[in-house]
Ligand binder design. Structure first.
Ligand code: FE
Ligand code: FE
Length: 190
C-alpha cells in the first residue's frame, strides 16, 4: 500500500494523532478486524491496517474534520455535515488518500462508511463496521449479542450491529442516517 506500507507505520501515524483512549480503541478494532478477516476469508493484513486507521480523524478539531470531509471522494451530505459524530469517517478517508497517497479504494471506503454502513458494503467494509462495534474495549449493553452473532456469520454480525445501532438511536431520539437504514433493509432481505 503506497504511503503506509505496514501496521508499524500505521501505528506510528495514529500514535501521533490520537489520545490514549482512542489509540487503544483503534488497536482493539484492528485486532477484531484481523480475527474477522481470518474467520471469513478476507485479507487479514488489510483488515488490520484499516482497523488501525479507521478513526484517524476522530481527534481532530471539528473545523478540520469538516475541511477534510469536504474532500471525500463520496460527497458528504447534510446529515453528515450536521452530525459531529459522523464527520470523522469521510474526513479520515480524504486524509488518508491525500496525505499518505493511499490508493486502495476498498480500504478507503471501509474508513469512509464505518460509522453509518451502507447498502452494498464490501466484505472489508462489513468487517470494519462490525469490528468497530465488538472490539474488546466495547462495553455497551447488548454488545455480547453482537459478538455472538459475529461468530455465526459476517452477515449475521453486521445485521445485529446495525439493528442495535438503529434501536439505540431511535430510543434516544437521535437522527438515523438514511444509509444505515438502507444497509439494514438490505441485510434483512438477505
Ligand atoms: Fe469512528
Ligand atoms: Fe472506532
Amino acid at each position: 500500500m503506497k504511503g503506509i506500507q505496514n501496521k508499524e507505520q500505521a501505528l506510528e501515524i495514529i500514535k501521533a494523532r490520537l489520545k490514549p483512549g482512542r489509540l487503544a480503541h483503534s488497536i482493539a478494532v484492528a485486532e477484531a478486524a484481523k480475527e474477522l478477516a481470518a474467520r471469513y476469508g478476507a485479507d487479514t493484513e488489510k483488515a488490520e491496517l484499516a482497523g488501525l486507521l479507521h478513526d484517524i480523524m476522530k481527534g481532530a478539531p471539528p473545523e478540520e474534520q469538516l475541511q477534510w470531509a469536504s474532500k471525500s471522494a463520496i460527497m458528504i451530505d447534510n446529515a453528515e455535515k450536521e452530525n459531529g459524530q459522523l464527520l470523522h469517517a469521510p474526513a479520515g478517508e480524504a486524509y488518508l488518500r491525500t496525505t499518505y497517497g493511499i490508493e486502495d479504494e476498498d480500504l478507503l471506503m471501509a474508513v469512509r462508511f464505518h460509522t453509518t454502513g451502507r447498502a452494498g458494503m464490501s466484505k472489508l467494509e462489513q468487517i470494519i463496521y462490525l469490528a468497530d462495534m465488538i472490539s474488546r474495549d466495547r462495553k455497551f449493553p447488548g454488545v455480547e449479542l453482537i459478538r455472538e452473532a459475529a461468530q455465526k456469520s459476517l452477515k449475521e454480525g453486521v445485521l445485529t450491529g446495525l439493528k442495535a445501532t438503529l434501536t439505540k438511536l431511535q430510543k434516544n431520539g437521535e437522527a438515523i442516517h438514511p444509509r444505515s437504514e438502507e444497509a439494514y433493509a438490505e441485510f434483512l432481505k438477505g
